[in-house]
Design a protein around this ligand. Structure first.
Ligand SMILES: [Zn+2]
Length: 152
């Protein structure tokens, strides 16, 4: 941090105070060049948005959870692990680029399905049945027949 008085960037922390909610820290610093004191504020910046689950609960995006969900959906299917990794990476990139604070888990699922659609139909249906939680067999059927139409 540059000293606001002499612009030297060599200082030492002389005091640290964590805010009541524990989300920020104030540090009193002393410039090693001119000796003047100044305060800096450190706060948490969430690097990824929160995922809103179907029941309204929020949780941070869990890469591992998505990866294992995909592995399960692609079990015994001719889908190379590299493709699964690529899907997860594309989701991460998309989440990063949306710039939203919160994203519906359903939208995450749809993004994955968009990728999975062109990879393997069986894996697609497996993943869809978990993520989109179809109301009944008819809804699942509609989704699948739409997919078949597109493929033929
Ligand atoms: Zn200074």
């Amino acid at each position: 941090m540059k000293c606001p008085f002499c612009f030297n960037d060599d200082d030492k922390v002389v005091d640290s105070r964590i805010s009541k909610d524990g989300r920020s820290t104030k540090r009193k610093r002393q410039c090693n060049s001119c000796g003047k004191k100044f305060t800096t504020l450190e706060t948490i910046i969430l690097s990824s948005p929160l995922i809103i689950k179907k029941d309204g609960r929020r949780e941070s995006f869990d890469r591992q959870k998505l990866l294992s969900g995909l592995i399960k959906a692609c079990e015994k299917r001719p889908v190379p692990y590299r493709n699964i990794e690529e899907i997860v990476q594309s989701v991460e990139k998309w989440i990063e680029e949306t710039n939203l604070k919160e994203i519906k888990s359903e939208d995450v699922g749809k993004h994955v399905l968009g990728k999975l659609k062109n990879t393997d139909a069986i894996s697609y249906v497996r993943f869809a049945s978990v993520y989109l939680s179809f109301k009944d067999i008819n809804e699942l059927y509609e989704n699948v027949s739409e997919l078949i139409k597109k493929q033929s």
